[in-house]
Ligand binder design. Sequence first.
Ligand code: 8YV
Length: 328
Amino acid sequence: MTQAKILVARAVFPEVIASLQAHFEVTSNQDDVVWTKAQLIEQLQGKDGALTTGSERIDADVLAACPQLKIAANMAVGYNNFDLVAMSHHGVQGTNTPDVLTDTTADFGFALMMATARRMTESEHFLRRGEWTKWRYDMFMGSDIHGATLGILGMGRIGQGIAQRGAHGFGMKVIYHNRSRLDPAAEARCQATYVSKEDLLKRADHLVLVLPYSAESHHSIGAAELAQMKPTATLVNIARGGIVDDAALAAALKARTIAAAGLDVFEGEPQVHPDLLTLPNVVLTPHIASASGPTRLAMAKLAADNLVAFFKQNAVLTPVNSVVSAIK
Ligand code: 8YV
């Protein structure tokens, strides 16, 4: 039997490329060129499978132009770069990388919340500019994390990880809103109380967004939602750009409708709304919530394992769609 042909769409760990080469004919992109849609289609010609990241959109055009493609294994837990309806229609399996990044991403969400509440980057920039000449009682006063009300919008695995850190580590009162309520055992584990979205916005001292991006979650936080939050509140987005209306957020931060924000994801990233770049009360990081060494390796390995399982066992480990007959 001839070997399946695999495209690795972005640079990944060399050992993961080597492990794929043991099973497949591999074309890799270790120069890490970010391809246009046309280039991606060109690269996918004759390929049976692809290891993708959130930057490669697998949509109806790509699928129609690449009829040999059978699987796209995303190196991400989020898969809003996949048009799942079109993929299922074309009989293309999609997979993601859940679980392996939960704790690392929850750690980062918590760190970003703390950095935002305690004004860490703003005060560091002040120090680096040489403006620190004396102690002052109200210098960079922020808000407390311990004992505060932690609001979580989107209570999947990462949301629950953040809730547990807040409740057990910092004595926070945890409230959450989600499409569906958690079962009682999970609520008890997280010490979390289910509330309406309106209550969440009104009551949270620190609101963390951890919901998947979809047409329904687009601009879940816009001007109207920001107006309902406490003027002392902080907002953290580690979910996806587009869940927050970044222009409305910049306006709210400028007007101090809310106190501060911590953002790891942006609408149209790697572009960042220019107003966010000039505001002092926002902590900005370049989509790195899952970026610890062991976790990024585990994500790449799981994506590769999905490709091996698909072609060798006609099964995958972490599917995101169901395909009637996956092997074409
Ligand atoms: C990835 C992420 O780094 O897993 C996700 O959904 O957002 C990040 O962990 C990013 O999507 C690159 O694929």
